[in-house]
Design a binder for this molecule. Structure first.
Ligand code: PBG
Length: 332
């Protein structure tokens, strides 16, 4: 007879697909995924980006068509980034009511009113130097000035809301921007526009491919003076606490997989809607391995998303959202 006690036989609950389904703790649904889009004023046709297979810089008309198609496939929300024709030191095109993001939001909302449009609120795609705020340079060193940047970010958020954005998502990591944005939105009559804060955003090397698509790499210096140090977990909790105090409705942790400990701690501590960003570098790694035949793309993506949800993420922002929506609708 076996030495293993009868009470120590967890494999009983793995004996068949039906048994496994009965005890499964985490399920995936199409509504769990948010799809990023890049709309560009500089292109006439979709432009593919080498480091991110399946991701394109889109002119407005193509963006609207893609948004409609994604919604049909079950995508419930998109995250919009803009690439303007003109950039300057004060990111004027970011808070222009006729800017690339504002026009795109109006076009999408007109075509598919039920698709939630989240706008990324940042200045880095709109500044000539690629930093996320007003910047003074000392040689190679970039000082991003906090308070003047916050003012412009708040203006940008209001301008997005005026265009019809359902949710604004500040990704700049300036101090005090959530409070300033909430105040500005309320004053402009947008009391009901939620803020999804990139609350714990780390200075990460995994953003490389994104900066190719968004044309937002800093011309000098780096983002370590405003984005968080990858070494710090407690600090992420302090950042989230501040953003919630200032009025954030939802918080985000970014990047994703390497930071699941942060996702878990944020969810356990604050119990608020907690999103995670499966960023460009994470997506690029998976795509590259799949293209080489080294990984099964669908299986790895689904497993990755389960890991996010199991860690406590309510939603995942991922470039694979459209495929994931299709796959998870089929299995539902
Ligand atoms: C803008 C912004 C970035 C990302 C989202 N918003 C780039 C950055 O901070 O340099 C990265 C997203 C990704 O890598 O997929 N500040």
């Amino acid at each position: 007879m076996s030495q293993i006690p009868l009470t120590h036989r967890p494999r009983r609950l793995r004996s068949s697909p039906a048994m496994r389904a009965l005890v499964r703790e985490t399920e995936l649904h199409p509504g769990d995924f948010i799809l990023p889009f890049f709309v560009s004023e500089k292109v006439q046709e979709p432009v593919a980006v080498g480091s991110m297979p399946g991701v394109f810089q889109l002119p407005e008309a193509a963006l609207v068509a893609e948004a409609v198609a994604a919604h049909k496939d079950g995508v419930n929300a998109i995250l919009l980034f803009g690439i303007p024709a003109a950039k300057d030191e004060i990111a004027s095109s970011a808070y222009d009511d006729n800017g690339v993001v504002q026009r795109a939001v109006r076009a999408i909302k007109a075509a598919v009113p039920s698709l939630l449009v989240i706008t990324d609120v940042c200045l880095c795609e709109f500044t000539s130097h690629g930093h996320c705020g007003i910047t003074r340079f000392e040689g190679e060193h970039a000082h991003v000035l906090n308070d003047p940047s916050v003012e412009l970010l708040a203006r940008t958020a209001v301008s997005h809301a005026r265009a019809g954005a359902d949710i604004v998502a500040p990704s700049d990591m300036m101090d005090g921007r959530i409070g300033a944005m909430r105040k500005a939105l309320d004053a402009a009559g947008f009391q009901n526009t939620p803020i999804l804060s990139y609350a714990a955003k780390f200075a990460s090397a995994f953003y490389g491919p994104f900066r190719d698509v968004a044309e937002s790499a800093p011309s000098a210096g780096d983002r370590r003076g405003y984005q968080m140090d990858a070494a710090n977990g407690n600090e992420a909790l302090r950042e989230v606490a501040l953003d919630l105090e200032e009025g954030a409705d939802m918080v985000m942790v970014k990047p994703g997989l390497p930071y699941l400990d942060i996702v878990r701690r944020v969810k356990e501590r604050f119990a608020v809607p907690t999103f995670a960003y499966h960023v460009s570098g994470e997506y690029a790694m998976l795509k590259a391995a799949a293209r080489n035949g080294w990984l099964d793309e669908k299986a790895c993506l689904l497993e990755t998303m389960l890991a996010f949800r199991r860690a406590g993420a309510d939603c995942v922002i991922t470039y694979a959202a459209r495929d994931l929506a299709k796959w998870t609708a089929q299995s539902a």
